[in-house]
Design a protein around this ligand. Structure first.
Ligand code: HEM
Length: 406
């Protein structure tokens, strides 16, 4: 929560891999001061934590790196949300919150949205294909995932940019050390998004449609019953905000890193263009090699021993999916990006009770994107005059900008 150590924390966030390697080599668990948590970076240890949600609670999964200033908190006080969401809930509450999301993202629902996703992907590529160069993050990666999850949730396309913007601002506010005035401005944008989502919740309660927003609302209060209470509106906005952010920020990040690593390995890009049937394997390798969600926190509910380290109740852990995915015990030559490697079970989408319910949707968007790019722009390469800088974050690892030419 302290703003001072951000320099050292940023260094770790920009390149966490040496830290994981050290933690894997050191006996037991390593306490990392910058993260204020015990680092869990071996594949077997990460799996053990994820399989024991009763001992390792998700209550702190999304603990912010920064506590907003009183002025920003005052602005946030005018918004909605601040209630437990699926990713931070445990036990029966977690089940109640997760059930409608799993139903809403079922394989059949995802299959039904694919024609729309393919049409939007093609239209976005159309918008720059004749230009010879593009900044891929703003022209594509920031756009497709919001449009697709917006379609599933039932957000009007005209409102999608405000939802996507609000999501980025919420992340900045809670995870970046912003100046006071910027914090207040970010909080205003977050509140505007929450008010928009509240209007959706109320409208879908009054007139349900065939969309996930209506289902989430109905899971809290059946349609036609009395008006939503203020408490129910807070719960629904928190739920919707979490689902939308989980749906677009992560996928945006993986789109960026996937294209980045393929183009940093031109031989593998050429192979993919020649043999596009390798696209699903390339998506898995990109997700493993530079995981969008590097890790989430957990907190022990009782004294436990993990990897030989005794932890008291209330101990904070950083569960590094990105570290497990580079563990040589599970993935031979883990630091090599290799789309031809034999499939291995990575943890980029988590595992167990909190395992990602949107993984199919994310994978399909990656597949559609690579099909478009390999077919239409096989001459893609990274622009040499715009060095890639990674965003300092554990939760949506991606380049800030990705300038491509062809
Ligand atoms: C590349 C894209 C994505 C990655 C890398 C990713 C990764 C993950 C991971 C690692 C978790 C587990 C968190 C934990 O154990 O605490 C998770 C949970 C979750 N993901 Fe994803 N995800 C992606 C895309 C999506 C999409 C497209 C959606 C929705 C449309 C989504 C919705 C969720 C939700 C709601 C949870 C919380 C589940 C729970 O706590 O029970 N994700 N995701």
């Amino acid at each position: 929560m302290d703003r001072q150590p951000h320099g050292r924390l940023d260094e770790l966030l920009r390149d966490p891999y040496p830290h994981y390697e050290r933690a894997r080599h050191t006996g037991g668990l390593t306490h990392v001061a910058e993260l204020d948590a015990w680092m869990v970076a071996r594949d077997t240890d990460v799996r053990e934590v994820l399989r024991r949600p009763e001992d390792f609670s998700s209550a702190n999964a999304l603990r912010p790196d920064v506590l907003p200033s009183p002025a920003a908190l005052a602005v946030l006080g005018r918004g909605f949300g601040g209630r437990p969401v699926v990713v931070t809930a445990d036990g029966a509450l977690h089940q109640r919150l997760r059930t409608p999301i799993v139903r809403g993202l079922s394989p059949a629902r995802v299959t039904a949205v694919l024609p729309y996703a393919a049409e939007r992907a093609a239209a976005l590529v159309d918008s720059f294909a004749a230009d010879g160069s593009v900044e891929f993050m703003s022209a594509y990666a920031h756009r497709l995932p919001g449009e697709v999850i917006g379609r599933i949730v039932g957000i009007d396309p005209a409102d999608v940019p405000a939802v996507v913007h609000g999501g980025h601002r919420a992340e900045e506010l809670l995870f970046r050390p912003l100046k006071e005035a910027e914090q207040v401005a970010a909080a205003e944008d977050v509140v505007a998004m929450q008010q928009l989502l509240d209007r959706y919740a109320q409208r879908r309660h009054a007139e349900p449609r065939e969309d996930l927003c209506s289902e989430l609302v109905a899971s809290v209060l059946p349609p036609g019953a009395a008006e939503l209470t203020l408490e129910e509106r807070h719960e629904l906005v928190a739920h919707l905000q979490n689902l939308l952010l989980a749906g677009h920020l992560t996928t945006t990040a993986l789109l960026g890193t996937t294209v980045l690593h393929l183009l940093r390995h031109p031989d593998q890009w050429a192979l993919l263009c020649a043999e596009p049937e390798r696209i699903p394997a390339a998506v898995e390798e990109a997700a493993r090699y530079d995981s969008a969600l590097q890790g989430f926190r957990r907190v022990t509910t009782r004294p436990v021993t993990l990897a030989g380290t005794e932890l008291p109740a209330g101990a904070a852990l950083f569960v590094a999916f990105g570290g497990a995915n580079r563990d040589p015990e599970r993935h031979p030559r883990p630091d090599a990006f290799d789309i031809t490697r034999a499939p291995g079970r990575h943890l980029a989408f988590g595992l167990g009770a909190h395992g990602c319910p949107g993984s199919k949707l994310a994978r399909e968007q990656l597949r559609i994107t690579l099909e478009e790019l390999t077919r239409r722009l096989p001459g893609l390469r990274l622009a040499e005059d715009d060095p890639v800088v990674m965003r300092p974050t554990m939760i949506h690892r991606s380049p800030y900008r990705l300038r491509l030419t062809w």
